[in-house]
Design a protein around this ligand. Structure first.
Ligand code: ADP
Ligand code: MG
Length: 356
């Protein structure tokens, strides 16, 4: 459903490329739909090769569409019959490697997209954007004198300075240190939100996606499977692929009991009310690492098979009596040895099940 403030709308988008052997075409994007509201930050999340960059290039106008439509505000900018040139779309792009001009200073890089303004105004505006990304002391520096995170902020300021309707970011954190990424994702979100900028980014990293975006679309094979808030994706995945892709979890067998409950090896769980199932039906129940709690006093036991130290907690892999392995996050002061039996309890909320 489209609302008055819809900024970007993509309908049944299909894009293909000539195949490598030159004898045909390969489809990179098929039947893709999404909608971004004014001021929202969206993210396409999917593994390498699923078509993320192709979607961004198509929105920018660098790629022609085979079928479907791209609308910016209410205007069709891409379809089989329409193709608005890139420079008329009011879309800014931040590339994966930032693509700063090495021979221009930071200030000149930002001023680059403001050629239409008189020179004094251009410098003032560039300085203002530099300020907004907290880099005013770096105006005269050259890109190679900056850290990766600072270069990224310059690239962002350069894209924002001409005040586009929409900013696109292709894997904006992938060339930065892993430890930095989550913090920078938070910072970038703040800059975008403070400046009321609508943005669509793509990444293969779900922590980045969750740290920055209001809406995330899980993509595979050229399609968006579910376009939703991170919370809904995690707690209400619409299909098995997403349940598997997001978070750490395993499927265990369950039997539907009266009273809209399901019985699994570890106990009984309440089913979501709107998903009524047949009594006695066998279903698959998703158990995430946060659905199982360690409890030294519990009589229900499981064997520690593997453990990964993550700082504040361990991710334990636990073997149940039946031999099935499940995951659990356990506070890191509970340092149990591999092979040890530990007490566990089921604390699942939002029970996710699939019956096919
Ligand atoms: P992602 O950004 O998710 O890694 P891409 O959009 O870059 O994915 O690519 C999607 C698919 O399209 C891949 O199979 C890729 O090999 C193919 N592809 C991308 N660009 C081209 C191109 N210019 N010519 C031919 N095939 C391409
Ligand atoms: Mg890509």
């Amino acid at each position: 459903m489209k609302s008055a403030s819809t900024l970007l709308s993509i309908k049944e988008l299909e894009i293909d490329y000539p195949s490598r052997d030159g004898n045909g075409r390969v489809t990179a994007v098929r039947g893709l739909n999404l909608q971004l509201e004014q001021g929202e930050i969206g993210c396409l999340l999917g593994s390498s090769g699923c078509g993320k960059s192709t979607v961004l290039r198509a929105i920018c106008g660098f790629e022609r569409v085979k079928s479907g439509e791209i609308l910016l505000r209410d205007k069709v900018v891409s379809s089989i019959t329409n193709h608005l040139p890139s420079n008329q779309r009011k879309v800014g792009m931040v590339f994966q490697d930032f693509a700063l001009f090495p021979h221009l200073s930071v200030l000149e890089n930002i001023a680059f997209g403001l050629q239409h303004l008189p020179s004094i105004k251009r410098s003032l505006l560039a300085m203002e954007w530099l300020n907004r990304v907290s880099l005013s002391d770096k105006a005269d520096a050259y890109p190679h004198e900056l850290s990766g995170g600072q270069q990224q902020r310059v690239a962002l300021a350069r894209a924002m300075a001409p005040e586009p309707d929409l900013i696109l970011l292709d894997e904006p954190f992938s060339s930065l240190d892993i430890e930095l990424r989550e913090r920078l994702a938070g910072e970038m979100r703040e800059i975008l939100k403070t400046n009321h900028i609508t943005a669509l980014l793509v990444t293969h990293d779900q922590f980045e996606a969750f740290a920055i975006a209001d809406k995330v679309g899980v993509m595979t094979d050229g399609k968006v499977l579910q376009w939703d808030t991170p919370y809904e994706l995690y707690h209400k995945p619409s299909n098995r692929y997403i349940a598997d892709f997001i978070g750490r979890g395993v499927f265990v067998k369950g039997i539907v009991l009266p009273g809209n409950k399901v019985k699994i090896e570890l106990g009984e769980l309440d089913l979501e009310e709107d998903r009524s199932k047949e009594l006695g039906q066998e279903i698959d129940v998703l158990l995430r690492a946060d659905d199982i709690q360690h409890d030294d006093n519990s009589t229900m036991q499981a064997e520690v098979v593997r453990k990964t130290f993550r700082g504040a907690d361990f991710l334990y892999t636990l073997k149940l009596a039946s031999g099935i392995e499940v995951f659990a996050f356990v506070p890191s002061h509970h340092d149990h040895a591999i092979g040890e039996q530990i007490g566990i309890q089921l604390v699942a909320d939002h029970v996710v099940t699939f019956s096919d």
